[in-house]
Design a protein around this ligand. Structure first.
Ligand code: AGP
Length: 365
């Protein structure tokens, strides 16, 4: 069952390893033409022709998942999309745009900042959608339209399998929005349809086949006290989530930056006591990543690389991940960074299920 560790030493490792199964469940339902959770279900409550912009709101890892989802919407549907922390949104007395679809994202459905943003939006004449894991939670109950996540109960404080399914839900939403524009399915959507069923297998192969090399990389960084996670484009929110995970469970200071921003300031902290995790998706930026790595090494900084480039060698310890589809690759990368954080934390003997100072759901302001 979801709430029994079984033979795993902790829930975090169990939940990381459930992802082939939970991602398959989400893909099966969210991309089916009819199942509960399909667009036929939540989409019927929305007017997609009225959507000119999308704004994702959530907290912590759910906010970062929203940022990845925003890049999926822009990429597939060519509709401008952004993400913002839910509490910041309500606190700045925002201009609520009538043609913007607001999407609230939450694992628990009980995060007070997210509920406040939802209640605020519901007082305005705008379209609101929720992406929520816990059925019957406050957010779920208060929503007219919500995408369920099919991840099962998540016990460990650090979110893993739910973050992955939030990104799958982002893809489902992006696909639905894209169909509105193109009438029938575009080549990009057909390609995604073909690749999606392979994702759970890719994750299973990664979890079984690359665990040892990711652990070796974790061995090489666990003694550092400060880390950067560097990514560009959609890899930046993936890097942010990677840094969040390592902070939460290993207590190593970690910050994510857009790779291009490093030279504009953060480079000052790079020295032999500092390690950078380069998140290199299989995009056209292989040479840029090589240059970045050189800039860090020239200052004596340590570098480790997670690369999806299939024919590009970096001059630093590298875990090479499969590249299957330009959008799904980000989800695969996210899972690899979870495994990396997990090993780093267990090498440091941390209590990964109950990190200090944190609660599973934050029901206070
Ligand atoms: C994730 O590892 C964290 N525990 C945290 O950032 C979490 O994602 C955030 O508090 C939001 O929770 P929610 O998804 O239940 O709303």
């Amino acid at each position: 069952t979801w709430t029994d560790k079984g033979s795993y030493p902790n829930f975090l490792l169990k939940e990381i390893n459930e992802q082939p199964q939970t991602s398959r469940a989400a893909i099966g339902a969210l991309f089916s033409p009819v199942a509960e959770g399909s667009a036929a279900d939540w989409g019927s409550a929305l007017d997609r022709s009225a959507v000119k912009r999308v704004c994702f709101l959530g907290c912590g890892s759910s906010y970062y998942a929203g940022q990845v989802a925003a890049s999926f919407v822009e990429n597939l549907a060519r509709i401008p999309a952004t993400a913002e922390p839910a509490a910041e949104f309500t606190q700045r007395d925002p201009v609520v745009e009538p043609d913007c679809l607001y999407v609230l994202i939450s694992q628990s459905g009980e995060t007070l900042d997210t509920l406040h943003a939802h209640r605020f939006l519901r007082r305005h004449p705008v379209q609101v959608l929720s992406i929520v894991n816990v059925r019957g939670s406050s957010l779920d109950r208060e929503s007219d339209a919500s995408i369920p996540l099919y991840a099962g109960a998540e016990v460990s404080v650090a979110s893993t399998k739910v973050v992955t399914n939030m990104q799958i839900a982002g893809l489902a939403l992006a696909s639905w929005l894209a169909r509105a524009d193109y009438g029938s399915k575009s080549a990009a959507l057909l390609e995604l349809d073909l690749a999606l069923p392979i994702l759970p297998t890719i994750l299973a192969d990664l979890l079984a086949g690359q665990d040892a090399e990711i652990r070796a990389l974790a061995e090489s960084v666990h003694a550092f006290r400060s880390m950067y996670y560097l990514g560009r484009g959609p890899s930046w929110p993936v890097a942010r989530e990677g840094a969040q995970k390592i902070k939460e469970i290993s207590y190593i200071h970690a910050e994510a930056y857009q790779a291009s921003e490093l030279k504009h300031g953060p480079l000052a902290l790079v020295d032999p006591d500092h390690v950078s995790v380069v998140v290199a998706a299989n995009d056209a930026g292989g040479q840029q990543s090589a240059t970045l790595i050189g800039q860090i090494q020239a200052r004596g900084g340590a570098v480790v690389v997670f690369s999806q480039h299939q024919d590009y060698e970096f001059d630093a310890p590298t875990v090479r991940l499969p590249a299957v589809h330009p959008l799904l690759d980000h989800i695969v990368m996210g899972v690899a960074l979870q495994v990396f954080a997990y090993h780093t934390a267990t090498i440091l003997d941390r209590d990964v299920d109950r990190p200090r100072n944190l609660a599973k759901s934050v029901t206070v302001e």
